[in-house]
Design a protein around this ligand. Structure first.
Ligand code: GLA
Length: 390
């Protein structure tokens, strides 16, 4: 275990003792994620290529004899939320972190799992509001805690991810796709996962050893996310209806162009992003597996341009950050905005020997609109959710 993981384990155990007295029965973890390519394709039944990262949420847990769930959150000053599984838990808008826990318990019960009460403590180091899926990692970690406490072996990682998505969609109210939860539950160390979001089949794609993954926080907190996200989703669904297909995944570029008459220009551009992004994602997985980093870089550049021009989810400062990185990487890899958009992070894939130059370029040339420097994280693809201490 590295130093950061040990610190996090100490914090979650301390929080558990402070809130509940005595020791937890077990500690579980679920990671955040970074998506290498395949943006806004998951809810169109398409392809994504994320990897799990070394930042995670830990949950320390102990069963209770009653039906209460008492949760203490180390990252929110030790705030405690208590709810009764015997009631229908209600969202508490004042404490969004608690809604991810309540929502996960609700989704598991809705699916027929007879949950018992538990004392929980939570601590995480996934940067919040940065587009690295801290909320999906929290939901999956809470689900993993209930699963491990109660031996719910039938609940495989894919089922857990689907319940976490249901919690987000139907309890928290964000109409996200399945990518974040699925990679948090199923990540493979040293690999990205090519996920088919229709069948949920996932193929691990090894990340070459001498290739670095950099996550660069723009320091622009994601704004407008829910409204713009949901609007993009509606536009994609409208386009699919226009073409008479179940989802945009079912179109290629030729079919898109052939049937475009009568479709609003903006909707057509949204659909074109999804159709071309699916093709780029499949091509990038192949190129990565073949160790062709230059080709992956070209596809990442095209993905960013498509998000900027067709899907319109980037911001000028983010476009600038991508240009700084692309120039420093110089064709030996690539960079693009990652995640839902309107702020958040840029991801770069590059040969190890170019990392210092890329960091230097970002440090000297980039400031957020509020004047802040970017934060750069070197990242290794990690494993999905599981038990840390039993
Ligand atoms: C957010 C959502 C995901 C996905 C991405 C965009 O992270 O939670 O389901 O749609 O945006 O690719």
């Amino acid at each position: 275990m590295n130093a950061a993981a040990e610190t996090l384990l100490l914090r979650v155990n301390e929080q558990f003792r402070a809130a509940h007295g005595g020791d937890a029965a077990l500690v579980v973890q679920a990671p955040g994620r970074v998506n290498l390519i395949g943006e806004h394709t998951d809810y169109n039944d398409g392809y994504v290529l994320p990897c799990a990262i070394g930042y995670r949420t830990l949950v320390a847990a102990r069963p209770r004899a009653d039906t209460l769930v008492r949760v203490a959150a180390a990252d929110f000053g030790g705030a405690v939320d208590t709810f009764d599984l015997a009631d229908h838990p209600q969202p508490r808008a004042a404490a969004p972190w608690a809604d991810y826990v309540r929502g996960m318990a609700w989704a598991m019960r809705e699916a027929g799992h007879a949950l018992r009460g538990a004392d929980l403590a939570i601590a995480g180091d996934v940067p919040q509001g940065a587009g690295l899926s801290s909320s999906a990692s929290l939901q999956v970690a809470v689900g993993q805690a209930f699963k491990s406490l109660q031996g719910l072996d039938a609940l495989d990682p894919t089922a857990l991810a689907k319940l976490a998505q249901k919690a987000e969609n139907d309890f928290v109210g964000c109409h996200c796709g399945i990518m974040d939860q699925l990679i948090s539950a199923r990540g493979v160390s040293g690999h990205a996962l090519l996920i088919d979001c229709r069948s949920l089949a996932a193929s691990p794609v090894p990340l070459p050893r001498d290739v670095a993954v950099l996550i660069v926080e723009s320091r622009i907190r994601r704004g407008l996310v829910d409204s713009e996200y949901n609007r993009r989703r509606e536009q994609c669904e409208a386009a699919a209806r226009h073409y008479g297909v179940a989802a945009l995944r079912d179109l290629d570029l030729a079919a898109l162009e052939a049937g475009a008459a009568g479709l609003a220009a903006t909707t057509l551009r949204r659909a074109r992003h999804v159709v071309t992004e699916n093709a780029r994602t499949l091509a990038a997985a192949q190129a990565l597996a073949a160790g062709d980093l230059a080709q992956v870089g070209r596809l990442m550049a095209a993905s960013h341009a498509s998000m900027r021009d067709d899907f319109e989810i980037t911001l000028p400062a983010i476009d600038h950050l991508v240009e700084i990185l692309a120039t420093a990487i110089g064709g030996a890899g690539g960079a693009r905005m990652t995640g839902g958009g309107f702020g958040g992070c840029v991801v770069a894939l590059l040969p190890e020997e170019r990392v210092d130059a890329a960091r230097q370029a970002v440090a000297t040339q980039y400031r957020s609109p509020a004047g802040e420097p970017a934060r750069v994280h070197g990242c290794r693809a990690g494993a999905g959710a599981g038990v840390v201490v039993a």
